[in-house]
Write a protein of this length. Sequence first.
Length: 229
Amino acid sequence: MNHRIAAPGLPAAVLFDMDGTLVDTERLWQAAAEQVADRIGRPLTDADMPHVLGRPSSYTAAHLHRTGGPAAFDPVALATELDAAFAARVAREVVPRPGVLRLLDELVAAGVPAAIVSASSRHVVDLVRKALGEDRFAVTLAVEDTVRTKPAPDPYLAAAAALRVEPHTCVVVEDTPTGVASAEAAGCAVLAVPSTVPIQSAANRTVLDSLERADLALLAFLLTSAERN
């Protein structure tokens, strides 16, 4: 494979989680999960959130079924229903997170490719890419595109491969512990901007409260700091 060589001092690529990072959809996903859970008579609790936020529909559906969902409801059918409920909410209500469009445009101007790397379905990823501007992204990865999804490293490894860059030359922007685990397992430097679940700073990981505080200079610094560690 021929790998793209990053411009000196800049990330070779910036790989963005989608839900809760690029767009304000974690609340939409949670609302969709609550809608489906209520329908099957198994309302969500706070204890369910690690099995909902940052997870693909198949995982959440299996969790609902395993922890009290009526046997009459098939997990595959529940996953399909979750996807449909979420896609409908995204189409109506998708909103970019603060600072996202400015940061994406800065990357475009500098010639640094951006990717969406999501545990959501292809239909939802395409809706969000269109809403944010298709030309802002060189690559998109949806849950269907890898055998394993987050927290396995596969999605970020696949995105780097599609962009022909090495994972350690990329910065990942994530909002959940599940996504952070995926990015770090892939060997990427991480900028975490938590949306609903707290994330602690760690080696090769920086935590901000908003992407309004992020720019290309910061991403470049994170990468060079990771390379020194």
